[in-house]
Design a binder for this molecule. Sequence first.
Ligand SMILES: [Zn+2]
Ligand SMILES: [Zn+2]
Length: 136
Amino acid sequence: MTEPSFEGGCQCGAIRYRASGEPVMAAICHCAMCRRANAAPAVAWAMFQESQVAFLSGAPTTYASSPGARRGFCPTCGTQISFAADYIPGLIDLTIGSLDHPDQLAPALHYWDSKRLPWVHFADDLPKHPEFPPFD
Ligand SMILES: [Zn+2]
Ligand SMILES: [Zn+2]
């Protein structure tokens, strides 16, 4: 049995990463901070333990979108790569959209659905959490 592995990177190719093993969580976030950072109506994230993720080339520049939060992006092309925060110690979110094969990881739930734009509708029956979901 081989461990799944997920590779991705930014649009210009300066940043490349690999995540090994199954993600802790894969979900679509509707919060206003993700929306603004990605300039997209909603953002799909795959959360991993930091130890599962290796940067193969380059490293994201980080921006503190709120206290204790670190949004990682490519300083050259602007692709959003990662999210880490003090309230999720040891964990790192990677944008599913930056994967080479984003079809490898399907979101299992929606969160911050209370902030979802009224014209955004996904044709799924996944759980919708009004804010950040409980997980362990
Ligand atoms: Zn780049
Ligand atoms: Zn968000």
